[in-house]
Design a protein around this ligand. Sequence first.
Ligand SMILES: Cc1ncc(COP(=O)(O)O)c(C=O)c1O
Length: 461
Amino acid sequence: MTALPDAPATNSQIIADYRAKTPASAALAAEARELFPSGVTHDGRYLEPYGIYVTRGEGAYKWDVDGNRYIDFFGGHGALLLGHNRPEVIAAVQTALQDGTHFGANQEREVRWAQLVKQLIPSAERVRFTSSGTEATHMALRLARAFTGRRQVIRLKTHFHGWHDHVTSGFNSHFDGAPTVGVLPGVAEGVLLLPPNDLDAVAAALDANQDIAAMILEPTGGSFGMVPVDGAYLQGLRELTRAHGVLLIFDEVVTGFRVSRGGAQAHYGVTPDLTTLAKILAGGLPGGAVVGRKDILDSIDFAASREQGREKIAHPGTFNANPVSAAAGIAALQIIADTDACERANGLAETLRGKLNAVIEDEKVNWAVYGTFSGFHIFTNPRGGAVSPATFDPADHAYDELKSNPPGLVNKFRVAMLLNGADFSAWPGGLLSAAHTEQDLDAAAEGFRQVLRMLRQEGEI
Ligand SMILES: Cc1ncc(COP(=O)(O)O)c(C=O)c1O
């Protein structure tokens, strides 16, 4: 079963103070509960007693309907490497809007957008735009099965690839590969779930099974490095998959244009056969893409399919390469190509990890903050062992320990962080943008200190 967040404690001062600070959000949440399951439109936005309702964002900040300002580490679910409302991106969107929002036809912007993708992402010989990352991973797996004529795909436990039927087991529940509710057993049987970071397990699976079409993974590890992998592992996978005629798919929906301009594949010098992209790709608007080897994407190509006597994969999609998303994507990718945005966000995250760990040491809490590139993860020590930020190494901990938290803690932690002026993600942790400043990091670390004290007072840590 998927772990469900606990209902909030009714006697919590943290929750009471949050309610007092956010009455207008509470009022909207009451309306939303009559409309949406749990009152939310994305599981990751679920918070008890309710999440904040945001009116606008600027740079590293966002403001709620009560006028409270938050330093944003949620980062548009990872889409906002450049922060909120980057002027060049907004200007490009405004220009595009004047031209029209949908032409039902080809347009120059999709060509310019794809050229930038091809320039930046090493594996991108051909590009196919989709409307989301979920659609991109769905198409990547279908392409792999069609191209190889094989049925199974290898996925890694803890790695997230969206919510279509082939990827629901094993990212934070159903680690045995059993289908999640509503998914056909036959679909789940087409997925071989392996432990992360275990090259021998992949080698054994490839030796034993001739029906494997592809292996897909998040190239910096499950949930953007919550369960990290390293370059040697990626290199090993490249060699193994090539030797077995199995396609290697990097899901760079988060890491693309973030880890480096060319994603994790450019950083590690490992080129996959297919890559999935979204989030930063479309500059903060909806959009995704599957990119990769021409001969594989030829399975979507009318003429190539005809010539090869193969059935073509159909790929419609009303909002594929939407012109407004294309405009935002072009502007964002151009900035990323021309500036140090990736390096800046990576450096800021390293600084923040250090600052949060210093607070943890000061406050003598049995936690540690870790992460790679522009992410940070808070290890909340669900099994209660001795942990020190100075020596913490996620490799010493089991994947299901890294992925779990003491019951009820994360909800209260996130509410307390909001109370102290910062929006963290439910990992718990967050993402840095190039728009954050050192001052923001100091303010967030100070807020984190207050949160640890509040949680201690309520007996949570
Ligand atoms: C690695 C990864 N793949 C795929 C997805 C799904 O993307 P989307 O939310 O655009 O469908 C996500 C979303 O967070 C992701 O992190």
